[in-house]
Every structure is written in structure tokens, then in C-alpha cells.
Design a protein around this ligand. Structure first.
Ligand SMILES: *Cc1c(COP(=O)(O)O)cnc(C)c1O
Length: 408
């Protein structure tokens, strides 16, 4: 396989100057745009004559110059033909699935996914006649076996939430292609680290709320796919993004544009610190799960699929056994050690940590949580990169010893 370098691909896309030659792009804050020649209005409205074909922008729910810049950068980074930005990760996921599936259709999905996506698939979509079979994401044959005549989509997360299980995207892509269904992959946990489209995914979705923006100050999403798929999503009559309307504001797009150039640096540092912390915890005998540790069950698969030079990401978990001990650890790390914040979400420059079973996965029933390997005492960490690493190692070591999680 040819090595991918998303950082280089991103930088090689056209750099946008601001309106007066600024080194930052201008924010096009206009909901509508003036058409100078009334005769070409029908062509502009019909999408035949866009700004690149002698026409102009029309209306910002359709396309906006600033939001378009971000979409171009994202598609360059992912190696897809096109991308569209949305107002949240959930709208990126729901519009994609609603575009690919209709009443009567079927989805095969990983059983270890974000709680909101699980609720969409298990609770909301069945009300629209779209059903889902959940399978173990580490087993491509389980996906294959669950496919029926009605199946339109295979859905998974590259690194599953919160068990960090890795999906074998090339193997799933093979299954999807053989069966004529689409492979949709949520890569929110691992931008730049994995390039799912280049590994064979048809659609890559993101919650940009997390690592891509990296500042925990906004909510946003993106869909990266073929030109044909993005055109379908933006179709005037049936486009799910066009008509359900999760439009991104150009001010949001600007903020994210300004943070994309240092995404690679941030991902490397998240990864470096996660590996250092997890290696120390592993030495101490703490039940820690991190794809970068050789003890991780799918470490070799992860190593084979990642883009070299970005590490294994900033997400890891500690299994405290019970909810009570998880709460003790969280309390100690936040209120005594100042190690991080007890908060859901991820990808921030400070450490965020939460007990998954009682927070971001609480939409999933206790029974299903156990089936997918989610212990009630599982604490998920999104490691930050503030403060010195030495101090952080001391803080977490003291905390896990105090709670009695060490064996050596
Ligand atoms: C947060 C998250 C989402 C939902 O994204 P929003 O931006 O909150 O709508 C989807 N998938 C994963 C993996 C997430 O972490």
C-alpha cells in the first residue's frame, strides 16, 4: 500500500488569500449573493453555473465561499473528491445514512459506537422503517453474514467508542464492494492517523467538534465522499443536507480553517503523551487500554493501517472495575491532582475524562454495554498536551496508586 501523508496533502491544496491579500481567508458573512445578470439566474439556481463557471454564489445554505474553503481542505486531507460541512457530527451521520437508506432498507453497524449514533440506529431510524443489525467491529465476516437483500450500508468507527476497537477498513471495504453496499466510517477519534477513504471507505464522517477543531468551543461536522455523493446530498429536490438544512455558519468554518494547519502537530503530541502515560500505567499493572501498547489485542492491525508519523491517538481507557472506583479516580484526578476535567467530549488541549457507561454510552442498555465489552467502571481519557509531561505522569501515578489500581 502506498503511504499516505494527510498533512502534506492538506498543505498542497490551494491556500486562500483574504479579500485584501490577507494571510487569512475572509469570512463571507452573507446569507445571499447578488446576481449581476438576471438572465443567468436560472442557471445559477439550477447549479449549472456556479462561481467557478462564470456564475456566482447564490444562497449560503447551498454554498458559502468560506465554508467551501474548509470543505476543500478536508477533502484534500482525506483524499476524497469532495466534502460538505455540517452543523454537527450527528447531522453529518444522520444525513449520510438517510441519503443512502430509505424505508425498508437495512444497515449493518458496529456495536461499539458513539451513544448518539447508537440511538439514531437503534431507536430513531426504525421509526422511519430503516433497521440495523449490530455486530462486533473486529470481525469483518460478522458484517458479511449480517448483510441481507435490503442492506445498503455498513457503518463503523475506525477506532470504536469507548472500547477503542479497531475496524479493519480494507477488509470491510472488500465485503462492501462484493455486496454492492456503501461503507460509511466515522473517523472522529483519529483524524490524520487513519485515512479511511484511502483504505476503501466510501464515505468518511466527522464530528469536527472534537480533534479537528481541537478547542472545545464549537460544534461542527463534515461528510467526505465522492463528487457524486456530495451532489446527491446537496440536490435541490432530495438532498438531505440541502433540505434537512444542517448548514455550517461561515464564522465556524473560519475558526476551523485556522486550526487545521496545526492538526498534525496536535495529533502527534496527543499521541506522544498518551503513549507515555499508558506505558507507565501498564508498567504499574493498571488495566489500561491503548492501541499504541503492544499488549493491545489489535496493536498489529492498528500499526498496519495507520499513517506513519502521527502515533496511535490521544484516547485511552482505564478499567476501574466498578462505577464507585471510577468516580473516586475521576474525583481525585480533577479535584486533587488537577490532571484534567470531568467532562464528556474529546480532542481538547486539556485532558477530558468521563465514565463512559454513565455518560456518552448511556443510551446503550446495560446488557448491550456488557456485550460490547464496556465495563461499568471504564474511564475514558482524551489526553491533553498542556503542562509538562513529567508532572502529568506524577499526577496520574499518585492517583491510580491511591485508588488501588496498581499491582506492582
Ligand atoms: C461526538 C461524536 C459524534 C457526534 O458529534 P456532534 O458534533 O456532537 O454532533 C459522533 N461520533 C463520534 C465518534 C463522536 O465522538
Amino acid at each position: 500500500m502506498q503511504p499516505f501523508n494527510p498533512e502534506q496533502d492538506l498543505i498542497e491544496t490551494r491556500r486562500e488569500f483574504g479579500e485584501h491579500g490577507g494571510v487569512t481567508p475572509s469570512i463571507a458573512r452573507s446569507s445571499t449573493f447578488t446576481v449581476m445578470d438576471p438572465e443567468i439566474m436560472p442557471e445559477i439556481f439550477g447549479g449549472v453555473r456556479g462561481p467557478e463557471k462564470g456564475g456566482c454564489f447564490l444562497y449560503s445554505r447551498h454554498f458559502n465561499p468560506t465554508v467551501d474553503i474548509l470543505a476543500r481542505y478536508l477533502s484534500a486531507m482525506e483524499g476524497t473528491e469532495f466534502a460538505v460541512c455540517t452543523s454537527s457530527g450527528m447531522s453529518a451521520i444522520s444525513c449520510t445514512l438517510l441519503q443512502l437508506c430509505q424505508n425498508g432498507d437495512h444497515i449493518v453497524a458496529s456495536d461499539t459506537i458513539y451513544g448518539g449514533t447508537h440511538a439514531l440506529l437503534a431507536d430513531l431510524l426504525p421509526q422511519l422503517g430503516i433497521t440495523t443489525t449490530f455486530v462486533n467491529p473486529t470481525d469483518p465476516t460478522a458484517f458479511e453474514k449480517a448483510i441481507t437483500k435490503q442492506t445498503r450500508v455498513l457503518f463503523t468507527e475506525t477506532m470504536g467508542n469507548p472500547t477503542l476497537k479497531i475496524s479493519d477498513i480494507p477488509a470491510l471495504s472488500k465485503v462492501a464492494k462484493a455486496k454492492g453496499v456503501s461503507l460509511v466510517v466515522d473517523n472522529t477519534f483519529t483524524p490524520m492517523i487513519f485515512s479511511p477513504a484511502r483504505l476503501g471507505a466510501d464515505v468518511v464522517v466527522y464530528s469536527m467538534t472534537k480533534y479537528i477543531n481541537g478547542a472545545s468551543d464549537l460544534v461542527a461536522g463534515a461528510i467526505c465522499a465522492t463528487k457524486e455523493m456530495i451532489h446527491r446530498l446537496m440536490d435541490l429536490h432530495t438532498g438531505r443536507v440541502m433540505l434537512l438544512g444542517p448548514t455550517m455558519d461561515p464564522r465556524m468554518a473560519y475558526d476551523i480553517i485556522q486550526r487545521l494547519p496545526h492538526l498534525a502537530i496536535r495529533m502527534r503530541e496527543h499521541s506522544r503523551r498518551a503513549l507515555a502515560v499508558c506505558s507507565r500505567l501498564h508498567e504499574l499493572g493498571v488495566p489500561v487500554t491503548y492501541p499504541g501498547l503492544p499488549s493491545f489485542a489489535q496493536h498489529d492491525l492498528a500499526t498496519q493501517l495507520i499513517n506513519k508519523g502521527y502515533g496511535y491517538g490521544g484516547m485511552f481507557t482505564i478499567d476501574c472495575g466498578t462505577r464507585e472506583r471510577a468516580d473516586d479516580l475521576l474525583d481525585d484526578l480533577q479535584n486533587k491532582e488537577d490532571f484534567g476535567y470531568i467532562a464528556v467530549s474529546l480532542g481538547y488541549f486539556d485532558t477530558l475524562m468521563s465514565c463512559s457507561g454513565s455518560s456518552t454510552s448511556s443510551e446503550i442498555s446495560q446488557e448491550e454495554q456488557l456485550k460490547m465489552g464496556l465495563s461499568p467502571g471504564l474511564v475514558r481519557f482524551s489526553i491533553g498536551y498542556t503542562g509538562t509531561l513529567e508532572k502529568r505522569l506524577e499526577q496520574i501515578e499518585r492517583a491510580v496508586k491511591k485508588i488501588g489500581l496498581t499491582t506492582s
